[in-house]
Design a protein around this ligand. Structure first.
Ligand SMILES: Cc1cc2nc3c(=O)[nH]c(=O)nc-3n(C[C@H](O)[C@H](O)[C@H](O)COP(=O)(O)OP(=O)(O)OC[C@H]3O[C@@H](n4cnc5c(N)ncnc54)[C@H](O)[C@@H]3O)c2cc1C
Length: 382
């Protein structure tokens, strides 16, 4: 009897890439006999997984994800140590702060001198939220690409630039989006019209890790996407590791609440949700330049050095959210289909842990590294 496996993963975001990495590293994955295929329709980390801030938190998780978060936070550290993540994907520990600012502040609080890009005189109240033991960061786009590369060194990964259109027990149907696919961020795939003939592939196991697009493949699963814009600013100095959740009262009495994440070579600033519908492909995500400009103008109030610096990147992506439980959906559906999606605002933190538990679910038949009982898909269907 041929018991070789062809494991299919749909989605090349942090969840799918982490599943790929931990599957090929699992002792029961037979590198000679088993095959593994990754379908990605728009490019590795083309969606939220490449555009998130990449903040990692050990502690800010509820009962359903705390075990997974602690596994995942430690795996991030191990991966960074093993592959020089400090250099390759900007892994570093952080201090985390809540800062209330007021342009008319009269009694400033004491601001850490490490945060050179906030004007101390406007800082009304500083509260420490995290320290270098429980907060860290990665550059998520670089992390996904590096982990994909490491997985590809271990096994022969079949990367298909294709849009999966249906998933069934032991089979997926898909359309190719171009023959010469390489995971290159400069490659442009812009329209569904480029999709053509329907192909099918047999699979021993199918893992759907398609972020907010997951319900397109698993109907009635209550997951949706919310668009968020962000920018990075090219400050003229090396930035220390700080994440800042801010509130500011401007001189005219209006308020703002940007989130800042200082990477060594740029300041990432995140805006708010809007209600722009999810496009068919991640590469069709529309960027509203006015929203990016509004984020920059808000950040400009925090320090002249921000005001005088240029925006490097203006981007938008969709946060994958469960509107059933608010928690990630991780588990088996049917006899050969698995789902790992809806990680909300913690998908980068939870990525490696999700990959690890999925690899156990698929190859051991049970999860041993974390307790994910409350993430079972059962309660997430309409
Ligand atoms: C602005 C912002 C900031 C964030 N900051 C943080 C943070 O600081 N820390 C943190 O932990 N998390 C953060 N997150 C959350 C995190 O980014 C997400 O939870 C995570 O990236 C989700 O990863 P994913 O792989 O599940 O989905 P995605 O990144 O959405 O990837 C899904 C992939 O599947 C592909 N795909 C979809 N359908 C198909 C199909 N039919 N066929 C083939 N391919 C398909 C898509 O092209 C896409 O590449 C942030 C999110 C946003 C939006």
């Amino acid at each position: 009897m041929d018991d070789s496996r062809n494991i299919v993963i749909i989605g090349g975001g942090v969840t799918g890439i982490s599943c790929l990495y931990f599957l090929v590293n699992h002792p029961k994955f037979n590198r000679e006999r088993d095959t593994i295929t990754l379908f990605e329709s728009s490019g590795i980390a083309s969606a939220a997984s490449g555009k998130a801030s990449g903040f990692l938190s050990l502690e800010w998780h509820g009962p359903s994800t705390s075990s997974l978060a602690s596994l995942s936070y430690n795996l991030h550290k191990q991966l960074a140590d093993e592959y020089n993540g400090q250099q390759k994907w900007g892994y570093r520990s952080l201090d985390t702060w809540s800062i209330k600012a007021d342009e008319k502040c009269t009694y400033p609080d004491k601001l850490s001198p490490d945060i050179e890009w906030i004007e101390p005189s406007i800082v009304e109240k500083v509260t420490r939220l995290g320290n270098k033991k429980n907060s860290a960061q990665v550059h998520p786009y670089k992390f996904c690409h590096a982990i994909f590369e490491e997985a590809s060194k271990i096994a022969n990964v079949n990367l298909v630039k294709g849009h999966v259109i249906s998933v069934d027990e032991n089979e997926v149907e898909y359309r190719l989006i171009g023959d010469d696919y390489a995971p290159d961020e400069d490659e442009e795939i812009t329209s569904v019209e480029e999709l053509h003939t329907i192909h099918s592939m047999e699979a021993s196991h199918v893992i759907v890790a398609a972020g907010p697009w997951t319900p397109h493949l698993i109907p009635n699963l209550r997951i949706c996407g919310a668009r968020i814009h962000s920018i990075t600013v090219d400050l003229p100095m090396r930035l220390n590791g700080n994440a800042v959740f801010s509130e500011i009262v401007y001189a005219d009495g209006t308020i703002g609440a940007p989130e800042f994440y200082a990477r060594e070579d740029e300041l990432y600033v995140c805006g708010e949700f809007d209600d722009e519908p999810l496009p068919e492909l991640s590469s069709e995500t529309r960027i509203d330049q006015r929203r990016c400009q509004a984020i920059k103008e808000c950040a400009d109030h925090f320090h002249p050095v921000i005001r005088d610096s240029n925006v490097k990147v203006r981007q938008a992506c969709y946060l994958p959210i469960s509107n059933a439980t608010g928690a990630p959906v991780i588990g088996k559906i049917g006899s050969s289909i698995y789902v790992a999606a809806a990680h909300g605002c913690w998908g980068i933190t939870l990525g490696p842990g999700t990959g690890k538990v999925l690899s156990e679910m698929v190859l051991d038949g049970k999860v041993s590294s974390a307790n994910i009982d409350l993430l079972d898909p059962e309660g997430s269907f309409v």
